[in-house]
Design a protein around this ligand. Sequence first.
Ligand SMILES: Cc1cc2nc3c(=O)[nH]c(=O)nc-3n(C[C@H](O)[C@H](O)[C@H](O)COP(=O)(O)O)c2cc1C
Ligand SMILES: CCCCCCC(=O)C(=O)O
Length: 372
Amino acid sequence: MTSFVCLKDFENKAFEVIEKTALDYYRSGAGDEFTLNLNRKAFNRIVARIRIRPRCLRDVSQLDASCHLFGKDLRWPVGIAPTAMQKLAHPHGEAANAKAAGKMGSVFILSTLATMSIEEVAQAAPDTYKWFQLYVYKNRSITEELVRRAEKANYCAIVLTIDAPIFGQRWADIRNNFSLPPHLRLGNFVTKSTQSDGVRAEAGISGINKYVTSQFDDTLTWRDVEWLVKLTHLPVIVKGVLTAEDAIMAQEFGCAGIIVSNHGARQLDHVPASIEALPEVVKAVGDKLAVMLDGGVRQGSDIFKALALGAKMVFVGRPALWGLACDGETGVRRMLAVLKKDFEDTLALSGCQSLKDIKRNMIAHELEYAKL
Ligand SMILES: Cc1cc2nc3c(=O)[nH]c(=O)nc-3n(C[C@H](O)[C@H](O)[C@H](O)COP(=O)(O)O)c2cc1C
Ligand SMILES: CCCCCCC(=O)C(=O)O
């Protein structure tokens, strides 16, 4: 792993070591995976059409990649997105991922559907800056209890996922009859009626789809966001916004932040790549609340371009699973270190000493060069 130089190296190794059904669950997107491909291509085909305009002779000997968000200083603007069931990648699961994030100065977002509990992860990684991702259960007392447990265990924000009223059609999971293996449990519910036994497959419906359909509340509206904002003293961040209209709703209903995301292309296929949707969201609310992004971020120039387009921070989902599969906590740490070095090199070589130097005029569309 010490020879790995880019995130693709971690992905390639992970593809060799993760068992097929779990790999398909992690890897796949919804439908014919149009948006899954677009998430990456958008950085290469669309955003890569945006060139970085480097500045020279700007003394980059003392680089500072730190950022300030929700009252907290972070070493760099990259966090780990919530992904369910991390013990499928490595027996140390979410604890290893959270510890690695802490050591690399990244935020760690714990999924409601983790294979370890809110408290276990907090105990394993007490010094990591942690947020909790929330799915809303039909049974609101379960939802409220999750929020209270996250508050009590020192998670610093609630990330409400709003792009998942129902489960996206992931063909690979249906074909594989994807289920949580019997030795694993949904960590937050081991003693509750919401037993992880619900994550067992039936013919034609993956186990997780069956679980979600029976437990998650598909009646959610912005009124429920209002309910959550009132329920908790923590900042509420909505994850899954792809339009200016929803960004404005998030601001009006009291959210502290937005993650522009298409859920790693796992929900509605044929939506835009998150990087394509970012400019309209920033234009609508970028001066009023923290706009962040996930989806397809794989290298330093991706982070740089997202920040130049107005994101305050970005998150990686699958790369952390690949790092975890390669070598647990060490693998995730190494993956983050490779990404951080790549981002710092991008800063230095573009003449930026700190994030405040990444202004909109540091990028230009290729057409501007074509005019010359
Ligand atoms: C295997 C897997 C599980 C996920 N589980 C969750 C989840 O539990 N909650 C959630 O809000 N998003 C979940 N996501 C979406 C991620 O938080 C994130 O939006 C996405 O992975 C970012 O794209 P990337 O994987 O290209 O970095 C999941 C994504 C993957 C790949
Ligand atoms: C309604 C969607 C729930 C999906 C649960 C886990 C997840 O977010 C993912 O697999 O993606």
